[in-house]
Ligand binder design. Structure first.
Ligand code: HEM
Length: 126
């Protein structure tokens, strides 16, 4: 019972984390400058923490977790985090220099699309 509550809280936070990444992606799709990678970094961090938590809870409950699925999701989430960190750094630098902020758009696209791939993996890979 307690374990089930922990699992539900983790799933809840897992959904909030994915909303932060994909919400930031959808919001900034029409933007041409001023990109904000903070929600992407926070969201990816939340996904890593809650994802590991979910794996642990499933292991404790003796539920089978597909290691290939989790490994693939882990690799993709690390990619989202790295892309978010690079984007945040470049956005900060762009504020102080005259660099081309439009070149940050592919990073937001990459983070959002890879996060959506993870939603697809979570739902369709059984
Ligand atoms: C951008 C990153 C991620 C997204 C968008 C994502 C998405 C999701 C979604 C939508 C679910 C619910 C699936 C369902 O209930 O049918 C889920 C469950 C789960 N996720 Fe993630 N996830 C991400 C990262 C991770 C990571 C990094 C891990 C592990 C290290 C992980 C491990 C799990 C586990 C164990 C479950 C519950 C069992 C399962 O459905 O396989 N996730 N994830």
């Amino acid at each position: 019972m307690t374990l089930e509550i922990v699992r539900l809280v983790l799933v809840f936070a897992h959904f909030i984390g994915l909303s932060a990444i994909i919400g930031a992606f959808i919001l900034q799709l029409p933007w041409k400058s001023g990109f904000d990678f903070f929600p992407v970094c926070i969201g990816a961090g939340v996904q890593l923490l809650t994802g590991f938590g979910l794996v642990a809870v499933n292991e404790i409950a003796d539920d089978v977790v597909n290691p290939w699925k989790v490994g693939t999701k882990l690799a993709i989430t690390c990619t989202v985090l790295i892309v978010g960190l690079i984007g945040a750094r470049r956005a900060r630098l762009a504020k102080h220099t005259d660099s081309d902020v439009a070149s940050l758009k592919p990073l937001i696209l990459l983070a959002g699309i890879t996060a959506m791939v993870n939603v697809g993996l979570a739902v369709f890979w059984r």
